[in-house]
Design a protein around this ligand. Structure first.
Ligand SMILES: C[S@@+](CC[C@H](N)C(=O)[O-])C[C@H]1O[C@@H](n2cnc3c(N)ncnc32)[C@H](O)[C@@H]1O
Length: 220
């Protein structure tokens, strides 16, 4: 995850500032992300009290206030500053771990989980990274559980401003709906998805998917 050209993620230039949790969360709030998280949580994650939720690439844990009380939440992020901020804000409401989701250790992570979240994560991962992570997530799901993803997306006839912003995202692997569907479909038999243009205060387009029924693989 370096800022090198050609990598799936860039922290070059001013984007480096977003590594600071206060700046990242503040910018998100300005753009209207609190409302989008509320909608995403209610209509797509749809967790119930008592459910176990694993949030991969959890950032500063900003989704947690939108999950129902009583959810058992574990968040993992590679950026220690984000995890420090999440732990300071939410304390015992969640369990926060610094770690690389590419090296998920099922023992320290725990599980199984009713929901595995990837909120704005897939578009930071190349095809092989995404495939491997989805396979690990599939193994951590409880029976009937689902992986729920949320990403920016490139679509035809997109507002020009939305495309402009999305093309400048730190994640360098923004896909089309078909692209996300293909990655998810390799690991899951059922992929329900939706493209939304109405979740932020600025023109922006999101791809949201719920993937369930992991494909059976030898040795899994
Ligand atoms: C765009 S941010 C989204 C953060 C959070 N999910 C949210 O919605 O606010 C992407 C997050 O993925 C984390 N991330 C990227 N690659 C990762 C990896 N390999 N392992 C763990 N976290 C990673 C980044 O540190 C960052 O917090």
């Amino acid at each position: 995850m370096s800022g090198d050209a050609g990598r799936a993620h860039s922290d070059a230039g001013l984007k480096r500032l977003l590594l600071l949790p206060a700046i990242y969360s503040g910018l998100q709030r300005l753009l209207g992300a609190e409302r989008s998280r509320a909608v995403f949580s209610r209509d797509y994650i749809a967790a119930q009290p008592g459910d176990s939720v694993l949030d991969l690439g959890c950032g500063a844990g900003d989704i947690l206030p939108h999950l129902p009380e009583g959810v058992r939440y574990t968040g993992i992020d590679i950026n220690p500053s984000y995890i420090e901020s999440a732990a300071a804000r939410f304390g015992a409401r969640g369990h926060f771990l610094v770690g690389d989701v590419a090296e998920l250790d099922p023992v320290s992570v725990g599980g199984p989980f009713d929901r595995v979240l990837m909120v704005a994560l897939l578009h930071h991962l190349d095809g092989a990274e995404a495939e491997s992570l989805l396979a690990s997530a599939a193994r951590l799901l409880s029976p009937g559980g689902s992986v729920v993803t949320f990403d920016c997306v490139l679509v035809e006839r997109q507002p020009r401003m939305a495309r402009f912003l999305i093309e400048r995202d730190r994640g360098r692997r923004v896909r089309t709906p078909e692209g996300y569907r293909a990655v998810l479909g390799r690991e899951f038999e059922k992929v329900e998805d939706e493209v939304r243009h109405d979740l932020l205060r600025v023109p922006y387009t999101h791809y949201i998917a719920r993937a369930s029924r992991p494909r059976l693989r030898r040795g899994s």
